[in-house]
Design a protein around this ligand. Sequence first.
Ligand SMILES: [Zn+2]
Length: 230
Amino acid sequence: MIAMARKTTAERTCAGCRQQRPREELVRLAVVAEPPYVVADARGRLGGRGVWIHAESECLKTAARKGGIARSLRRPVTLDSAVIADGIVAQLERRLEGLLLGAHRARRVAVGTDSVRESLAEGRIRLLGVASDAAGRRDELMASAERLGKACVVLGTKADVGRLFGRGEVAVLAIEDGGIAEEVRRASAHLAGLRPAGTFPHKEPVEGAEGAASSPDRQVESVVEDRKPE
Ligand SMILES: [Zn+2]
């Protein structure tokens, strides 16, 4: 056990394709007693046994069908990979919303074209987020961010992103905190494996995010508290 605890260089085996990958490339599923038997543990903080897997439907299907998850449960169970995938998507979306709103509350996000330009010019930007339907200046800003070696992620529509921040339409934003930027990049990459790009955030508030647009602070708190699965 001690040897395992010391093993921090973190490669994990995907329960689907069985590839060994750095843990950042996989999501953790925590094993629970009731269906769907595993719940997403995007922050890797839930205790107990877990399974690591690519956030991709193929790996989830394989793990559900060929027993990669059942093996870790040490008993035969019927698994629905679509339900598991939905759970992962919901948690990643909640996580992304929490990260964006947390950055907003900490004043570490520049919102809107002019603010993003300033952030780029002054070198504060760590990650560029663009709305899926942002036109025109989006390409120019993405090119600038790429020149600076900063990651870009595609979010939902301008209206969706605006709603998240309790304003009208928002086409672009710049995260200015390195830690938050890395978490956003990672969660977006996982999310992209399970649903079409440019669909986050939802039009409907996600589960547990009632009143998200009108009360961002309360939502951040609910996200922070939301570490235990139902
Ligand atoms: Zn895999």
